[in-house]
Write a protein that binds this ligand. Structure first.
Ligand SMILES: *[C@@H]1O[C@H](CO)[C@@H](O)[C@H](O)[C@H]1NC(C)=O
Ligand SMILES: *[C@@H]1O[C@H](CO)[C@@H](O)[C@H](O)[C@H]1NC(C)=O
Length: 353
């Protein structure tokens, strides 16, 4: 058998590698050419990229026990004629279960009773999927078990089984409604903390900024997990944009598309209006929202605090940051940190009830 025949039958590995490189290079060039064109002719695409609410888990929300979580009550709130939010209430272990037949009776027995001083946490989740995602359940369970608080988490309009279409203003209105409803139903007697992860931390921060105008509606504190400076910066620094962000169109076209869709999520800008203790949580191996976002928010918060002091404003705003180094928590797994709650108790949450 001649050498040339052998070559023909067994292509050299280098040629397969070359083919793969050509294909990958081709795909890369294709995306590099189509993405800017798409952003120009169909800027709404950026809304789908930011919210990703088209991703569904297919959960039957009426059965939280299917996930092995007990004492979780599913209910709905009508925010606007076309917007109904699905909510899960993780009941505090300090409240005895009783029998009830209607939602109203349930709320009366578990939330309204004015004798209850158990604080409430509202958990605002990040983009994509819904309140049943494993890390969201993980955090809500942990907060309920270790703090013994009542924990509420809901899906924004257009997420999970909530109706409507997401917009930035819409998400904040949903957050405000859930806060107001809980404030009302507990007669303003119970401390309310808010907790946001990723995109949810921007929603939480904006809710806190709005509530600071209202003396009667104070927040006990806000925790911002894996928070970003603003959504434009978040898109620039996401690991998926790594390959494109050096191209001259990327920054300006995404900025323009975000503006057309009224998407700012200016967390850093709103932080200076917050009037309650704030804690940032960030892992340095987070490649979705890199660690420097958290550091910059901390700097902005410290600067705001200095500014309040100079102007002799009497605000309740304080800022702390808890960082995780090389622990493998990435963007979504901080709920696994063993000392999370004991550490938070020292800076923000009430000591044992
Ligand atoms: C979800 O579960 C409830 C209670 O078992 C059931 O009545 C309902 O039909 C289920 N919904 C869907 C969409 O499967
Ligand atoms: C809360 O109570 C106020 C005052 O009664 C009312 O105007 C508002 O609509 C209530 N909000 C919710 C969400 O229940």
């Amino acid at each position: 058998m001649s050498e040339s025949n052998a070559n023909r039958r067994w292509p050299k590995p280098i040629s397969i590698l070359t083919k793969i490189s050509f294909i990958t290079g081709g795909i890369y060039i294709l995306i590099s050419l189509t993405l800017p064109i798409l952003l120009i002719i169909y800027p709404t695409i950026v809304k789908h990229i930011v919210f990703m609410n088209f991703l569904k888990t297919g959960t039957n929300f009426t059965q939280p026990e299917a996930f092995g979580v007990d004492r979780v009550f599913n209910f709905y709130l009508d925010v606007e004629p076309t917007v109904r939010l699905g909510i899960w209430h993780y009941r505090s272990p300090l409240v005895q279960d009783q029998s009830y037949t209607t939602d109203e009776e349930y709320f009366q027995k578990h939330i309204e009773s004015t004798s209850s001083k158990i604080p409430i946490i509202i958990y605002f989740h990040g983009n994509a999927f819904d309140r049943s995602l494993f890390n969201r359940r993980g955090m809500c369970k942990k907060l309920r078990e270790e703090l013994k608080y009542d924990v509420f988490t809901f899906d924004y309009r257009g997420f999970g089984d909530s109706t409507g279409e997401p917009t930035e203003e819409g998400l904040i209105r949903d957050a405000r409604y859930v806060y107001d409803w809980l404030h009302n139903i507990s007669n303003g007697q119970r401390k309310i903390y808010i907790w946001g992860q990723s995109l949810g931390s921007s929603v939480a921060c904006q809710l806190a900024a709005r509530l600071s105008d209202d003396e009667s509606k104070s927040l006990a504190g806000i925790v911002m997990e894996a928070a970003f400076i603003n959504i434009h910066q978040a898109l620039q620094t996401h690991y998926l944009s790594l390959l494109f962000r050096w191209q001259p169109w990327f920054s300006s076209l995404t900025e323009k598309a975000l503006r057309i869709n009224k998407l700012g999520f200016q967390t850093r800008g709103h932080l200076s209006s917050v009037n309650c203790p704030c804690v940032l949580l960030h892992a340095d191996d987070d490649y979705t929202v890199p660690y420097f976002h958290g550091k910059q928010l901390l700097q902005a918060g410290l600067a705001a605090r200095d500014d309040h002091k100079q102007k002799k404003k009497l605000l309740h705003f304080t800022i702390d940051m808890i960082s995780y180094h090389g622990a493998g928590y990435g963007h979504s797994l901080i709920y696994r940190a063993p000392n999370l709650i004991p550490t938070l108790k020292r800076v923000i949450f009430d000591e044992d009830l």
